[in-house]
Ligand binder design. Structure first.
Ligand SMILES: [Zn+2]
Ligand SMILES: [Zn+2]
Length: 212
């Protein structure tokens, strides 16, 4: 069974998701936002072993905790990022624009691509390339548990900003319409900032891309 712990961390209240297959204890972190030690402690409390850090995109507030996590794990976790966001990762995630300098941690070791699947114990996550907020932005979809980890693509009542390097409004809207809205309406959307929502709710009420 998929267990999800949401930790809201860092200077812009970013949601880090600690995920595990509760049968096997295998765990991964989607967007180790900040305070890596806090994420590690939560995993240790539950006897979960973090084997992967999966980045929805390479803005600094989504991987600011990666260095602290990786430095304390043996073996090193697999770090997954879409290659089109490597330029942002190299720049430290654009943190300098906001006055933050982060330790980037280890170089990403897994190139994300559309339709690729990531395994976590007995669970499978489908990678969905969803550019617009950044060129390499991806969402992670767990069909068996009806959950989409949407990063900064879509939020409850909002969408990701497109005014940062590599952002593009039309591309963002297309990503949402093609990669999010066709999913079952009851699918939970667990996004990079703010509370959780569902596909049906956003289709009906999102003021930027919904039906209204
Ligand atoms: Zn972002
Ligand atoms: Zn963000």
């Amino acid at each position: 069974m998929l267990e999800i712990l949401c930790l809201t961390l860092g200077p812009v209240a970013t949601n880090a998701y600690l995920l595990a297959d509760s049968e096997t204890g295998e765990a991964a972190v989607i967007d180790p936002a900040w305070d890596g030690q806090v994420i590690l402690d939560e995993a240790r409390k539950r006897n979960w072993r973090i084997g992967g850090l999966w980045y929805t995109h390479a803005h600094f507030d989504h991987f600011g905790g990666a260095a602290a996590i990786a430095s304390r794990l043996v073996p090193q976790p697999a770090i997954a990022l879409h290659p089109k966001d490597h330029f942002l990762w190299q720049m430290g995630g654009g943190g300098a624009l906001f006055g933050f300098k982060i330790d980037k941690g280890p170089q990403p070791s897994v190139d994300l691509a559309s339709s690729q699947t990531l395994e976590l114990g007995g669970l499978t996550f489908e990678v969905r390339h969803t550019p617009g907020h950044t060129p390499g932005h991806c969402a992670f979809y767990c069909a068996s548990d009806g959950a989409l980890f949407s990063g900064d693509l879509i939020f409850q009542g909002g969408v990701g900003r497109t005014d940062l390097p590599g952002g593009d409004w039309d591309t963002l809207v297309r990503s949402i319409r093609e990669q999010v809205f066709p999913l079952p309406e009851a699918t939970r959307i667990l996004s990079g900032h703010g509370p959780e929502t569902t596909v049906g709710e956003e289709k009906r009420t999102n003021p930027f891309v919904g039906e209204i």
